[in-house]
Design a binder for this molecule. Structure first.
Ligand code: PMP
Length: 326
């Protein structure tokens, strides 16, 4: 747990306790608050699971000190795991589909991890399979598997959720968050539902993602540029529990791109595409609460800004939509 007032011993002591900041594009009577996860030492929400999951796995003996963590990751999880692994005496190997940002891959390397690329066409599934093959080659290796490991959800249930409840004194009307593994949304939801049972829960995905299949919909699959959220095969996202979700909102890449720039220009938020998707979905839900078409227990909406746009400058996030190489 971080302290911003006293010296601390390790970067791991600075994970969590991130600021909760108003999004000014909210309707007048329904404030939106965003948890700014780029304040973590590895500059993303995934530092939380890096620390929480590795400490728990060492505690219960899934891996011994001196062992190796092997994980398929889009990047932020790798950075979070690499920071924690180094501090906890573990080596780290990450399997990353080629399409993900170079900044992330360079940061994992700088943190002392080994990065192995898999073809973009093989998707996250290909990376998962390769990670398990690699783990077989080491003694004392573990694949935390953020896509199926309940510790991912628990990290947010124990940290992100309680921080939000504390900051708002329990007055959480709706939770809106984009889903990759869905650990963030599920964990926050479980923590908040303990205190606010009828909180309105909204999952966010880019258009082209197919979480809708989990709700019996015929989701039309397509490519999207937004990074870190969405799925092409919802069976991979084992932590996504549709029974905890009231609404699934899909946002178009073009709108996400414009919102990224608006958040920077108008609100001073240097946040990436998944944050922009969350911001738009949160504005939509806040509007629904204001109009009375959604009955939320409080007139507030909470969302997450998972990471910073700086991590994607090489992909041209602030250039024209066409020049944004998602
Ligand atoms: N945004 C970004 C930038 C991410 O890297 C991730 C993790 N893939 C998410 C959002 C979604 O978080 P979660 O995996 O907890 O659903």
């Amino acid at each position: 747990m971080t302290s911003h007032r006293e010296p601390v011993d390790s970067v791991l002591d600075t994970v969590g306790e991130t600021p909760l900041v108003s999004v000014h594009a909210a309707p007048a009577d329904v404030p939106i608050y965003a948890k700014l996860e780029s304040f973590n030492p590895g500059a993303s929400v995934k530092d939380r699971i890096g620390q929480y999951m590795l400490e728990a796995m060492l505690d219960r003996g899934d891996v011994e000190p001196g062992g190796t963590v092997v994980e398929p990751t889009a990047g932020n999880t790798g950075i979070g795991f690499a920071i924690a692994a180094g501090r906890l005496g573990l080596d780290a190997v990450f399997v990353v589909p080629e399409r993900f940002s170079l900044e992330k891959q360079q940061l994992m390397d700088a943190l002392g991890a080994t990065v192995i690329n898999t073809p973009t066409d093989d998707g996250m599934d290909g990376a998962i399979q390769r990670a398990h093959e690699l783990a077989e080659e080491f003694d004392n290796a573990v694949v935390p598997q953020q896509f199926s490991n309940p510790l991912n959800v628990e990290a947010h249930r124990k940290t992100t959720g309680p921080e939000i409840l504390d900051a708002l004194d329990g007055e959480v009307g709706a939770i809106v968050a984009g889903c990759g593994t869905a650990g963030t949304l599920m964990g926050i939801t479980k923590a908040v539902r303990d205190r606010v049972p009828d909180v309105h829960v909204v999952a966010v995905e880019p258009e082209g993602s197919t979480f809708g299949t989990l709700f019996g919909r015929n989701s039309e699959e397509g490519e999207y540029k937004t990074e870190g959220i969405g799925t092409h095969d919802a069976d991979t996202n084992e932590l996504f529990d549709p029974t905890l979700v009231d609404e699934l909102v899909a946002i178009d890449d073009r709108e996400i791109h414009a919102e990224m720039r608006r958040l920077a220009t108008e609100e001073g938020h240097l946040v990436a595409s998944s944050a922009a998707a969350n911001s738009l979905a949160a504005q939509q839900v806040a509007g629904e609460i204001e109009r009375g078409s959604v009955d939320a227990p409080h007139d507030t909406v909470v969302t997450v800004f998972p990471d910073s746009s700086e991590r994607y400058l090489s992909k041209g996030v602030y250039r024209s939509f066409e020049a944004w190489d998602g």
